[in-house]
Design a protein around this ligand. Structure first.
Ligand code: 2PG
Ligand code: MG
Length: 430
């Protein structure tokens, strides 16, 4: 394929799903094609994520992104229109060099990720391929439709309830295909809503569209979800609807201990607690069970639980290839959560996916709690062939945009397999 020549770069400050500003970018090639992308934003963030550039000051509680937008229409536009680009990696590396800081703090990871996502779309459009197919080609992976992980019950930093664990997801591992998986997820979500109403627990929603009842104990949340699955008549477990948790333990670790539902626990006690939960409920995946700086805890927990559950690192890896390679060496976690805006460019995101695939690590592609209409992660999950995506509840436009994009991809590509892949090395959780 020939090189990409860029004619014009445009950017605007727009709003994300929480009503805070974010960066939207348009890239126009000399062939006239325009590709857009919008940066998402996290609330429970890892310490080593790419840095968002925020304006400060009174407007939007300091969260304006006018400086980040100015960087895109100024320096970044000058760079991108200065010469043709042979590949996305070529352009992303130039972007990283232009920023010149380790965390993309100068231009902002929110600016660079939006630019990089728009560039990926421009390269795909140049190749005449849908984004997911282009990504699969770049990665050398077999594309597949991911198991959607629906975050139906929210707590932690995403909700105003006393529940310490952040995400309770239902994952239709046993569905025969993606459209059926979506139906199962939506039916469980509605059954849960109805049961919360019956119990007088309805009311709040979390940032990702899941229900946020006033409960404190993870077991109560799990019981409610089990009841909802039963109400739909679907089977609970790996042959039907399994459960995935993202406790996001950074948010309840006070530097020395974990504080969950009124108890103060060591990392060993947390591991025992998870072991009990896994014994009592059909939990198949556990993300950020411990805090990001609890390295010995991660290794011990993985050793104890890896035969029973997928152990996913999010805040601890921040979509960084080197951190993933280190975890593969030290057997800490068995999978990585993939968020392009943690890395700050699509190229670095793809490098992390490659590092995971080579090491027999699983990968789950993820949205952020602050989202937009952009569906990039749906295509990324398909192209990566990793078999897992989380994009919040099966409700609210910024969440369903991704799930609906997967429906389109499924309809356009009838032969695409659905579900978890077999991992080449390491544990196969399927
Ligand atoms: C997470 C995410 C997405 P946030 O912790 O996995 O669900 O939340 O975007 O707030 O980091
Ligand atoms: Mg997480």
């Amino acid at each position: 394929m020939g090189e990409l020549e860029i004619e014009r770069v445009r950017a605007l400050q727009v709003l994300d799903s929480r009503g805070y500003p974010t960066v939207r970018v348009w890239i126009q090639g000399t062939d006239g094609h325009v590709c857009a992308a919008t940066a998402p934003s996290g609330a429970s963030t890892g310490a080593h994520e790419a840095v968002e550039l925020r304006d400060g000051g009174p407007a939007y509680s300091g969260k304006g992104v006018t400086a980040a937008v100015a960087g895109v229409t100024g320096e970044i536009a000058d760079l991108l229109t200065s010469r043709p680009w042979s590949s996305l990696a070529d352009a992303d590396r130039a972007l990283i060099a232009l920023d010149g800081t380790p965390g993309k703090a100068r231009l902002g990871g929110n600016a660079t990720v939006a630019v990089s996502m728009a560039l990926a779309r421009a390269f795909a459009s140049r190749a005449g391929a849908p984004l997911h197919a282009w990504i699969a080609e770049v990665l050398g992976q077999q594309p597949r439709l991911p198991v959607p992980h629906f975050n139906v019950l929210n707590g932690g930093q995403h909700a105003a309830n006393p529940l310490d664990f952040q995400e309770f997801m239902v994952a239709p591992l046993g569905a025969p295909d993606y459209p059926e998986a979506l139906r199962w997820g939506a039916e469980v979500y509605h059954a849960l809503g109805a049961s919360l109403k019956r119990k007088g627990l309805a009311g709040g929603l979390g940032d990702e569209g899941g229900f946020a009842p006033q409960i404190a104990r993870p077991e109560e949340a799990l019981e409610l979800i089990m009841g909802a699955i039963a109400d739909t008549g679907l089977a609970a477990g790996r042959d039907g609807v399994a459960i995935a948790l993202d406790p996001a333990a950074n948010s309840f670790h006070d530097g020395t201990a974990y504080r969950v539902a009124g108890s103060t626990l060591t990392s060993e006690q947390m591991t025992d607690y998870y072991a009990r939960l896994i014994g009592d409920y059909p939990i198949w995946s556990l993300e950020d069970p411990l805090a990001e700086d609890d390295a010995p805890g991660w290794a011990a927990l993985t050793e104890a639980l890896r035969d029973r559950v997928q152990v996913v690192g999010d805040d601890v890896f921040v979509t960084d290839a080197e951190r993933v390679r280190e975890a593969i060496r030290t057997r800490s976690a068995t999978a990585v959560l993939i968020k392009p805006n943690q890395a700050g460019t699509v190229t670095e995101t793809l490098e992390t996916l490659t590092a995971a695939a080579r090491g027999g690590f699983g990968a789950m592609v993820s949205h952020r709690s602050g989202e937009t209409e952009d569906t990039f992660v749906a295509d990324l999950a398909v192209g990566a062939g990793c078999g897992q995506l989380k994009s919040g509840a099966p409700a609210r436009g910024e969440r369903t945009a991704k799930y609906n994009r997967l429906l389109e991809i499924a309809a356009d590509n009838p032969g695409l397999p659905y579900g978890l892949p077999r991992l080449t090395e390491g544990r196969d959780h399927a």
